[in-house]
Ligand binder design. Structure first.
Ligand code: F6P
Length: 327
């Protein structure tokens, strides 16, 4: 093995730079060249890349975003596009491609593995933490901190005005950020996609809970943390529903992409560094079509398909106590 390539794909996540740094430094340790593709799979298809060296990764461990840029390549599920990517990789004599991204990016990597003779390895990078086969994904811990900081601030003004706020956090298909930020901020209620089977029921329970709290505490602040995408119209519609049914003003706050930015917290930097190094070592071992993760503090590898087939559940116990603590 002489040359590997790396790209960052899909929603960027704090810690992606730390992972690129770890890949580059580990590869140099083993005398491998590293090439970085720009804008995710788009760079692979357009042969937009640069050779990376140690200078490129100085002073990046603390930076959010990704020095390689990211992107979504909607055509990557087609055979024609993936064949172009495979031939571009061959032209540059790449032996292995490391993809830092989420589920969609891993599906793309798996698809590529069917048409390319080189090795593909996925490294989980997404704030959503919705990847099976790893306890956490790169960026997830930072996103919780960012959401938490904002919720604490909203609480200050909520308390001052004794208002109700519904705070929407990211996580289109998974409630990891919502549940953990809700617990850490002592939110009164949380709404997650995992409860979506009967979301109307959960909304009704929230309204009942709010009425109950008002009857017990009198007028007071009340914080609901909700994942995005639970109902059509999102937080604005949800807040209006609550206000209409309680006759109490409910203000929506959408945290949005602020959760994707910022300097990664130490847990994300350490995780990214560990997974990056392990990814390069597994490439050298000849592994293909795998994802790298960390479970019970140990670096692990799984077939790529595990990442989307093993749906990672939110912590049921945490959910139970969240509901118990705020009666
Ligand atoms: O990266 C995951 C994620 O942040 C989701 O939580 C969110 O739904 C989505 O990306 C937003 O994507 P975009 O940046 O394309 O709006």
């Amino acid at each position: 093995m002489k040359k590997i390539a790396v790209l960052t794909s899909g929603g960027d996540a704090p810690g992606m730079n730390a992972c690129i740094r770890s890949i580059l430094l580990t590869a140099e340790h083993y005398n491998l060249q590293v090439l970085g593709y720009k804008h995710g799979y788009n760079g692979l298809v357009e042969q937009d890349y640069r050779l990376l060296n140690a200078e490129h990764v100085v002073n990046i461990i603390q930076r959010g975003g990704t020095i390689l840029k990211s992107g979504r390549c909607l055509d990557f599920h087609t055979e024609a596009t993936v064949r172009i990517a495979a031939s571009n990789l061959d032209e540059l004599q790449i032996d292995a491609l490391l993809v830092i991204g989420g589920n969609g990016s891993f599906k793309g990597a798996h698809h590529l593995s069917k048409f390319w003779k080189g090795q593909v390895i996925g490294l989980p990078g997404t704030i959503d933490n919705d990847i099976g086969g790893t306890d956490a994904t790169i960026g997830y811990y930072t996103a919780i901190e960012t959401a938490l900081e904002s919720i604490d601030k909203v609480r200050d003004t909520a308390d001052a005005f004794e208002r109700i706020f519904l705070i929407e956090v990211m996580g289109k298909h998974a409630g990891f950020i919502a549940l953990n930020a809700a617990i850490a901020s002592a939110a009164d209620r949380v709404l997650l996609p995992e409860l979506c089977e009967n979301i109307q029921d959960e909304i009704d329970k929230t309204i009942e809970h709010l009425k109950h709290v008002y009857s017990k505490r009198g007028v007071s602040s009340y914080i609901i943390v909700a994942s995005e995408n639970l109902i059509a119209g999102g937080a604005v519609t949800l807040a209006k529903m609550i206000a209409d049914q309680t006759q109490i003003e409910c203000r929506p706050v959408i945290l949005g992409h602020v959760q994707r930015g910022g300097s990664p917290v130490s847990q994300d930097r350490v995780l990214a560094t560990k997974l990056g190094a392990y990814g390069v070592e597994q490439a050298i071992n000849g592994e293909n079509d795998i994802m790298i993760g960390e479970q019970n503090s140990q670096a692990v590898k799984h077939k790529l398909a595990v990442s989307w087939q093993d749906k990672k559940p939110v912590d049921e116990y945490l959910l139970k106590i969240q509901q118990q603590l705020f009666k």
